[in-house]
Design a protein around this ligand. Structure first.
Ligand code: UT7
Length: 326
């Protein structure tokens, strides 16, 4: 019989320091009112200088392992979804391996920006289903504050730092029922951090032109995000043979309340079924869906045997949806 993979443990961590909209009002020409009405965000958590994405991920990973009742040595694969790595090399997964003592794990990073967690979850599922690995630690984490131009009001109000982690193992019932992933490199330039890679290595010029910080064509990304996420959910539900009315909770990528409302509207999902926590964290990129999943479970919005759909979208452009039975 084909194996099924599912989430057997979950955890998350955000840095202590909170940056509110009112704090941002003192830094740039913006207002709490603009940020709330255009995005839904009220505050976000920002890591202290000198923190790395692997540091941010330690508590999330340990919480997920504890929740699953797994010792770090039992992890045989560690996938780190991030596009804000500690360094260009080695992988952030290797740094995290050492910090949590996952001594027997094969480790690699996966770059799919805000869609990273869903991409990594689906990758983990394949390894568990084909029997290559039994216990996979999937981490979605981004320390995006290190790559933000704090004078650019169009981007700096949107993001926050965070990490989330799950343990993926074989399950007897439920688990991941179906998934859809998609990519379209025609839109690669819409959301990017240009410098610091092979094409534009760091130089005095790249620093001067702020090319090491995130640039985004917000309104184009907005439209593509709405279509990408809603189409992915529809396709994944059809693949799983699950009707929209059977879904207890939709966990959308937490980028903008208006994007979430538009996705829910296209899918005709009632508000009560859509989980939102972006007011507290902003867009935490690869951590966004996993933090939302954790809190939805904690708040009793997802119960055992419930059908859940997660939908995500990010730079690439990339998108994905996963249908699960909790
Ligand atoms: O994780 C996936 C990637 N990211 C996303 O999903 C984000 C997608 N995009 C968005 O969420 C929205 O496009 C934004 C929130 C980024 C922007 O909202 P918008 O409704 O598309 O606003 P806009 O960019 O069209 O700007 C409207 C106005 C502009 O002023 P003018 O030209 O009309 O005078 C901006 O300069 O709002 C101004 N503006 C601001 N005003 C106050 C832009 N940012 C701010 C700000 N505070 N922080």
């Amino acid at each position: 019989m084909t194996k099924r993979a599912g989430i057997t443990g979950i955890g998350f961590h955000v840095p202590e320091k909170v940056l509110t909209n009112h704090d941002l009002e003192k830094m740039i020409d913006t207002s709490d009112e603009w940020i709330r009405t255009r995005t839904g965000i009220a505050e976000r958590h920002i890591a202290e200088k000198g923190t790395g994405t692997s540091d941010l991920s330690v508590k999330a990973a340990q919480a997920a392992l504890q929740n699953a009742g797994i010792r770090p040595e039992a992890v045989d694969l560690l996938i780190m979804a991030t596009t804000t790595p500690d360094m260009l090399l080695p992988s952030t997964a290797c740094f995290l391996q050492e910090k949590i003592g996952a001594t027997n794990a094969v480790c690699f990073d996966l770059a799919a920006a805000c869609a990273g967690f869903v991409y990594a979850l689906v990758t983990a599922e394949q390894f568990v289903k084909n029997g290559t690995y039994k216990t996979v630690l999937v981490v979605g984490a981004d320390l995006i504050s290190s790559f933000i131009d704090w004078t650019d009001r169009a981007t700096c109000v949107l993001f926050g730092d965070g990490a989330g982690a799950v343990v993926v193992q074989e399950v007897e019932r439920g688990g991941i029922l179906a998934s859809v992933l998609g990519s379209d490199g025609r839109y690669a330039e819409l959301l990017k951090i240009c410098a610091g890679g092979s094409r534009f290595p760091a130089s005095a010029e790249t620093v001067k032109s702020k090319s090491h910080t995130l640039q985004m064509s917000g309104s184009e990304v907005f439209k593509l995000a709405v279509r990408g996420m809603s189409d992915a959910v529809t396709e994944a539900l059809a693949k799983a043979g699950v009707g929209p009315e059977e879904v207890a909770c939709l966990i959308p990528h937490q980028a903008n309340q208006r994007i979430i409302d538009a996705v829910a509207g296209r899918l005709k999902f009632p508000k009560e079924k859509v989980f939102v926590n972006l007011q507290k964290y902003g867009n935490t990129s690869a951590a966004s869906c996993v933090i939302a999943l954790y809190e939805a479970v904690q708040e009793g919005r997802i119960k055992k045997k419930d059908k859940v759909v997660m939908a995500t979208f990010g730079s690439g452009l990339v998108w994905g949806a996963v249908v699960m039975e909790w």
